[in-house]
Design a binder for this molecule. Structure first.
Ligand SMILES: C[S@@+](CC[C@H](N)C(=O)[O-])C[C@H]1O[C@@H](n2cnc3c(N)ncnc32)[C@H](O)[C@@H]1O
Length: 252
């Protein structure tokens, strides 16, 4: 067997050994550390390693280990494509651009609107948090330039720097969204984003609501539950680290 073929075979054997050992260890620890990939990934030529690399880049340690969240993005971006859901992508809460880069790489032909102060939380929003608390997080160690370098040059990426919802004024009338990722951590901008994006979602479009089930940011569930109380959609939680919830806009 020639070099690369042998390397490939060795890698497969190693992977299988690691998986067997890892599953046994995870079972013993009661942890959720080892998980089979969905078959549409595992049994096709889909290059999961490439997406995992993107996921790890600039992602904090706890979040980079959250592979259920990564697979959720892969799955829903695929559905946007397969189901032909028309419209742009948007993210509120970009920080250093980890999830923004992933979204752009997954659906590079879609316009991607990015909303962030790129300077961290705004005092006006923190005032709406119960106890004014943000757990000491500020997310101010970033900049628009750094994020754009991380994502890479593309005319499809439309950064809107400043306080949301004021920055939503940049979105033209008639814009529709196929997938929106809300990851602002705080109640007020999340409530504002739901009010802004919901009527602009394409039928079947995905609203990905990070931290819905996270005890760390209770304002998210308050905003989401309050908003959807009189809407026909259901809130479905996925079992990732931070209790992401997904809502698909009903088809009218
Ligand atoms: C948890 S971070 C986003 C993480 C990012 N989605 C990721 O996974 O790579 C939250 C971000 O929301 C932004 N943010 C919160 N409230 C905002 C508001 N009202 N306007 C603009 N940005 C806001 C913060 O500046 C911060 O960068």
């Amino acid at each position: 067997m020639k070099g690369p073929g042998r390397r490939g075979a060795t890698r497969r054997v190693l992977r299988s050994l690691v998986k067997r050992g890892g599953v046994a260890l995870a079972d013993a620890s009661g942890s959720y550390a080892v998980q089979h990939l969905p078959e549409w990934i595992a049994k096709t030529s889909f290059d999961f390693a490439r997406w995992r690399e993107l996921w790890v880049a600039q992602n904090p340690r706890n979040d980079r280990a959250d592979l259920a969240r990564l697979v959720m993005f892969l799955e829903n971006a695929r559905l946007v494509d397969v189901e032909g859901i028309a419209g742009s992508l948007a993210e509120l809460g970009v920080y250093q651009g980890t999830t923004a880069k992933l979204l752009h790489a997954l659906l590079p032909d879609r316009t991607l609107w990015l909303f962030d102060t790129f300077e961290g939380f705004d005092e006006r929003d923190l005032a709406h948090e119960r106890g004014g608390a943000s757990g000491g997080f500020r997310f101010d160690d970033t900049s628009l330039e750094r994020v754009m370098r991380h994502i890479g040059a593309s005319e499809r990426v439309r950064p809107c720097k400043g306080h949301f919802p004021a920055t939503a004024a940049a979105v033209p009338d008639g814009e529709r969204f196929a997938l929106v990722h809300l990851d602002a951590d705080l109640r007020k901008p999340t409530a504002d984003a739901l009010a802004f994006f919901y009527p602009r979602m394409a039928p079947g479009g995905f609203m990905i609501l990070h931290d819905y089930g996270s005890g760390a940011w209770p304002g998210i569930a308050e905003a989401v539950d309050g908003f959807f109380a009189d809407k026909p959609e259901s809130i479905v939680r996925i079992p990732d680290k931070s209790g992401t919830a997904i809502v698909r806009r009903v088809k009218r």
